[in-house]
Design a protein around this ligand. Sequence first.
Ligand SMILES: Nc1ncnc2c1ncn2[C@@H]1O[C@H](COP(=O)(O)OP(=O)(O)OP(=O)(O)O)[C@@H](O)[C@H]1O
Ligand SMILES: [Mg+2]
Length: 427
Amino acid sequence: MAIWRVRDFHDEDLDDLIGLWDDPASGDSDPVFSVSELVAAVRGGDPAVVALVGEEIVGAAVAETDKDRAWLLRLSLAPPWRHRGIGSALLQGLEERLVSAGVQRISCLLSSEAEIGAAALEHQGYRSRPGIVFYEKLESLSSAAHGLLAQLGGRMVRPDAWQTLGGMVREKELIEQRIVLPLAYPDEAERAGLKPPRAVVLFGPPGTGKTTFAKAVASRLAWPFVELFPSRLAGESAAGLAAALREAFAQVSELDRVVLFIDEVEEIAALRGDSALSAAQGVTNEMLKLIPAFRERDGRLLVCATNSVRALDAAFLRHGRFDYVIPVGPPDPAARQAIWERYLESVPHEELDEAAIVERSDMLTPADIEFAARRAAQRVFERSVAGESEARATTGDVLEAIAATRPTLTRQMIEDFEADIDGYARL
Ligand SMILES: Nc1ncnc2c1ncn2[C@@H]1O[C@H](COP(=O)(O)OP(=O)(O)OP(=O)(O)O)[C@@H](O)[C@H]1O
Ligand SMILES: [Mg+2]
């Protein structure tokens, strides 16, 4: 006498079923469909059957239908109940329901490690199709969002963007702690009573990596990155710019998740009352109105960058609009060394006097170092084309490249930056 029975899935089964699905021993250890996909299928009313012993659920089969075709998403069986014909009975029960729903073909994807399923499928007359290779592409966006993103000039940032940022340990740590982690772990943040940041300002001299950091944050979060260019939005009048901003924010609000980046934000949030810029006052006011609405929803971060934080309107910067005002400064010696290593990694070179290189690149930004390294690579290339076999960059080549690179930073800029840290930074 069978002590188990098979019946239709009921909504009350869901909790027990999730327990079963979550246990890798009850099915495929490397399943094609995730538990959330299984939940969506049964909630959506697709056919599903469960096997019961007494009131305990010991097995389940779930499918998703698509016209006359169905995919068996998962066949699960608690380990003590294997080899008793329950798997076959589940398949049989599911098949009856699918056929009566008009399905003519039932397919199933199993990983090669699947312990449960293959035998029951064979037994029920399913045949494996040899030579099939399963391709999969993970898209973190719906196609509608893709269209919108393309229209906004946005994109996904390559996954290793954060790792390729050399040095800048202080900035990296700060941005990780304050921005990336609370957004990546919203539940933990909420438990700690921490509201994840919605808007931050990055300030610092040109070429220090503000844009690069903003992209790297998007990459860490796997959120799309959209950049607004005030100079391109502007059109001919300040009124045009305000309207264009409003429109851009409205479009961005349709994305589920986004890092919205505005570079040179002083162009739209300059000090009010500054007569030269007073035409832009309406634009600043518009920005002040847009930020609170932007802050209301989860899954979004506004990053504004500026070389000139002191030119920003004080109301613009205040608490409640921007959670943090973070300096991204010139690289210290350790950062310069890391950045040099990163850019010289792919250039064949002799043993280099790193201390000398780091010292001489004192006033260079990461962007300058990138350019100087390019110059050194160019030298190697020229010698190699001229017939020198195994041409390599020497310390002399690198120092020459440094000497030929005009530094972005000036003493004045560094002084101003330090004063700005005192006056404006909020960490
Ligand atoms: N820490 C870093 N490691 C390696 N490369 C870096 C680093 N920071 C910046 N770079 C490189 O320097 C260049 C300039 O960086 P980025 O555009 O982010 O600077 P920025 O602060 O936004 O400058 P601006 O103020 O001019 O907009 C980029 O090519 C970037 O790849
Ligand atoms: Mg930039």
